[in-house]
Design a binder for this molecule. Sequence first.
Ligand code: ZN
Length: 188
Amino acid sequence: MAILPIYTYDHPILRKRMAPVTEFNDELRELVASMIETMYNAEGIGLAANQVGRDMALTVIDISGSKEEDEEKKGGESKPLVLINPVIEAYSDEEESSEEGCLSLPDLRADVTRSIGVQVRFTDPDMKEITMEAEGLLARVVQHEIDHLHGRYFVERLSSIRRTMLRRQLMDIKRGDVEADYPLYRGE
Ligand code: ZN
């Protein structure tokens, strides 16, 4: 288990559609454990494999650390979700706008409109097929992370005017002119 450096905008692996996971072995479990540790260390609530430089359709999520979730559900064990080869099978018609951030886009926050509910099918690390209904913050994080696995950033869901306003900040991140409280990948 290790804290892995997080890849930032605009590394090519964050623009790629991730390859399906086919081997459920110890290496995969080790990577999952490291991704969870990396997510907690960065105080994130979701992390996709390409954000740590791995070309795999895999994401970890734990919204229990967020304020919104604390208010809804006091106490309780925190158990991270591990979504392997996730597919969103259905979206609610209703959408809402809420602020998002991203560990690959340090310090950048913006309101993103997304479906308030989704049905997602995935495999867990024990190779069990799971279909999950998610709502609210969890649905939002699921959509954000699966966007990553498709090579997409949340900023691409903003209006072009809004994106233009963030241009300077995006360019700074692209140049590596950015700091974070967690390790960033500084390579090519
Ligand atoms: Zn993100």
